[in-house]
Design a protein around this ligand. Structure first.
Ligand SMILES: NC(=O)c1ccc[n+]([C@@H]2O[C@H](COP(=O)([O-])OP(=O)(O)OC[C@H]3O[C@@H](n4cnc5c(N)ncnc54)[C@H](O)[C@@H]3O)[C@@H](O)[C@H]2O)c1
Length: 246
């Protein structure tokens, strides 16, 4: 099988794109640790898939101690061969209305959390001389959009963090890439009304929003050995959203 019992951590693995990636990885033969702050959803998913294949680890990616515990558990359960660094939150607010705490929360989860997870994974992968990390960016890391100052700033930063980590660790047998989804039907979009969702759909030449499994497919490819010559790259999975914008 594609992953042949390799161990993969999926942050934000209890919902949406992360959940779809957990399911895809297990189908492809991986052992997966679901790392999420949502204990209820995480435990339900663990129960459904089975503890033989997945373990849930209650994790806050912004907390260094919590991240350490996650990787200790992962080392015991399956080893750290891959990481889908996917936990993130959406945020809609005009720049001048941002409260300091709200801005900081987006930065803490979407950027610093991605860094903390990558740092912990890289230390272990460097020792073993192999590994693959995929960070979840966004089309909004490539383009600005009104009302998304914090979100788009963090996603742009994730793209450049990815490139830098890829260069720093290319000689260690570690690949670091990112995936940039277009708008995808997950709970992160729940705050948006139908009119907005309909409008967002029109921005994708393919004529619809993405489905979580379509991003899971892209992330799983980058995590796998099939992407063995790809590092420092971003894979746009966006139904053509960015194609006409360059
Ligand atoms: N859905 C989209 O349209 C879209 C588009 C582009 C990029 N993305 C990115 O995809 C990723 C997954 O988003 P999704 O759409 O599946 O959303 P989602 O809300 O369904 O899933 C996000 C998960 O992250 C978890 N999480 C939040 N804060 C956390 C923390 N501090 N520690 C650990 N886990 C935490 C949540 O509990 C949730 O399970 C995010 O990084 C998001 O920015 C989503």
């Amino acid at each position: 099988m594609r992953f042949d019992e390799k161990g993969v951590v999926v942050t934000g693995g209890a919902s949406g794109i992360g959940e779809a990636t957990v399911r895809r990885l297990v189908r492809d033969g991986a052992k997966v640790v679901i790392a999420d702050i949502d204990d209820t959803k995480g435990r339900l998913l663990e129960q459904e898939i089975g503890k033989e294949f997945v373990r849930f680890c209650s994790t806050d990616v912004t907390d260094t101690g919590s991240v350490d515990e996650l990787f200790n558990l992962t080392e015991q359960f399956c080893g750290v061969d891959g990481v889908f660094n996917n936990a993130g939150i959406g945020a809609v607010c005009s720049a001048i209305d941002y409260k300091d705490d709200d801005w900081q929360r987006v930065v803490d989860i979407n950027l610093t959390g991605v860094f903390k997870i990558a740092r912990a994974a890289l230390a272990r992968m460097k020792q073993q001389g192999s590994g693959s990390i995929v960070n979840c960016a966004s089309i909004l890391g490539h383009f600005g959009q009104s009302q998304t100052a914090a979100y788009s700033a963090t996603k742009g930063a994730v793209l450049n963090l990815t490139r830098t980590l890829a260069i720093e660790h290319a000689g260690d047998g570690i690949r670091v890439n990112s995936v940039s989804p277009g708008y995808v039907r997950t709970p992160i979009l729940e705050a948006l009304d139908k009119e907005t969702l309909d409008f967002l759909q029109t921005l994708h030449p393919i004529g619809r929003l993405g489905e979580p499994h379509e991003i899971a497919n892209a992330a799983t490819f980058l995590l796998s050995d099939e992407a063995s010559f790809i590092t420092g790259a971003d894979l746009l999975a966006d139904g053509g959203f960015t194609a006409g914008k360059s």
